[in-house]
Design a protein around this ligand. Structure first.
Ligand code: SAH
Length: 355
């Protein structure tokens, strides 16, 4: 009996011309991988082979600097949402951000990621000044931003100041599902427009989604994969949904390890040159999560570079790993994971390959 996976392995989505045909195939493949362990392992092997052909068994490290946990948004899932009380809110100074960059550079990272809530106290002028200073002081370092939705003009200014990459997860490609995860002033189309603008401007652009977010169905997962296959982002962030206390979804179950690994592997197969992190959320869900993520086709790890005294305040979800670790012990754990997965740490910037 031929299985949908056999055709998918050879032809990807190409053998199906209509959108509904593609979605149906993706759903069948997800179903098969969920139920058939052998097919699942074949998928992981194929994903690794594709990755290794393009990048070799190299893992790229990105030092993550969580610059602010103030946020004007109120995403139902997020542990730093605006209306959550009891969060010890902080904002790093320019000097603190530079000191994190220096530490990251000294331990060998060649990408820094500035991530934060949407904090209007960081004006676009402030952000442009910060990006320009990093660009000037560490010319060899790639600068990634993950600061939410902005106007096209602001994105352009950040790009012109020297930012190379921008992460903005689409969260879910299904509009109804998007509106069940966000308040009504957050619009799925706006998020997608931002992603298109980022790519048009020239950023290496990152989309992505949580696996197992409340209300997510297999059809939604298929829609996410189809979106990724069509948009071809340079980066895709995929991690399990993890409940965060004090949010509307605090009592919802976490996403599953297997589903996250399946989605990582299928993303690698559909977007071959993608830079794909084995995320902190995956490591928080399961102690072996990040190693298994690498074995399912991931090739990026994002060690935490935030000042240790603020780590515990940037909790997007409960049970986040490494919240208390210093930079060096965090790095040592990551090195262990990479070697355990039979890979090596690249000392390059790790830009997206053009194939
Ligand atoms: N403000 C930025 C950065 C958001 S935090 C932005 O809007 O893009 C980065 C990512 O963490 C989010 O895009 C979301 O997918 C993920 N995240 C937030 N809460 C989470 C939770 N409870 N479980 C798992 N991932 C979560």
């Amino acid at each position: 009996m031929p299985k949908p996976w056999d055709d998918f392995k050879v032809n990807g989505l190409n053998s199906h011309t209509s959108r509904s045909g593609k979605l149906k195939l993706l759903e069948q493949v997800i179903n098969l991988l969920q139920t058939d362990q052998l097919a699942r392992h074949e998928a992981y092997t194929l994903a690794r082979d594709i990755r290794d052909q393009i990048y070799g068994p190299a893992v790229f490290f990105r030092g993550l600097i969580e610059i602010s946990n103030f946020c004007v948004r109120d995403c139902y899932y997020c542990g730093i949402r605006n209306s959550k009380s009891g969060v010890n809110r902080y904002r790093l100074t320019r000097e603190q951000i530079m000191s994190c960059c220096q530490t990251g550079f000294d331990v060998g990272y060649r990408t820094v990621v500035l991530q934060g809530g949407e904090d209007p106290c960081f004006t676009i002028d402030d952000l442009v000044a910060i990006v320009s200073e990093i660009r000037q002081r560490w010319p060899d370092m790639a600068i990634t931003l993950s600061l939410g939705e902005m106007s096209s003009a602001c994105y352009q200014r950040l790009y012109d100041a020297g930012a190379d990459r921008y992460l903005l997860r689409h969260e879910t490609a299904n509009k109804q599902h998007y509106s069940s995860l966000h308040p009504s002033d957050q619009i799925a189309d706006t998020r997608m427009d931002c992603l298109r603008e980022l790519k048009r401007i020239g950023f290496q652009t990152g989309a992505g989604m949580m696996i197992g977010s409340p209300g997510q169905t297999k059809v939604h997962l298929a829609e996410d994969l189809l979106f990724l296959a069509e948009f071809q982002p340079q980066m895709v962030g995929i991690g399990p949904f993890m409940p965060a206390s004090g949010t509307p979804f605090s009592a919802e179950p976490a996403g599953s390890l297997d589903n996250t690994l399946i989605m990582l592997a299928l993303t690698r197969i559909l977007v071959p040159a993608v830079l794909l992190p084995a995320t902190t959320a995956l490591g928080s869900l399961d102690p072996a999560g990040r190693k298994l993520g690498l074995l399912a086709g991931a090739n990026v790890i994002m060690p935490n570079l935030s000042p240790p005294d603020h780590r515990a305040d940037y909790l997007l979800y409960d049970g986040k790993v490494s919240a208390a670790d210093d930079v060096v012990s965090n790095l040592e754990q990551m090195v262990f994971i990479v070697e355990d997965a039979g890979m090596f740490i690249s000392s390059t910037r790790g830009d997206a390959a053009v194939i």
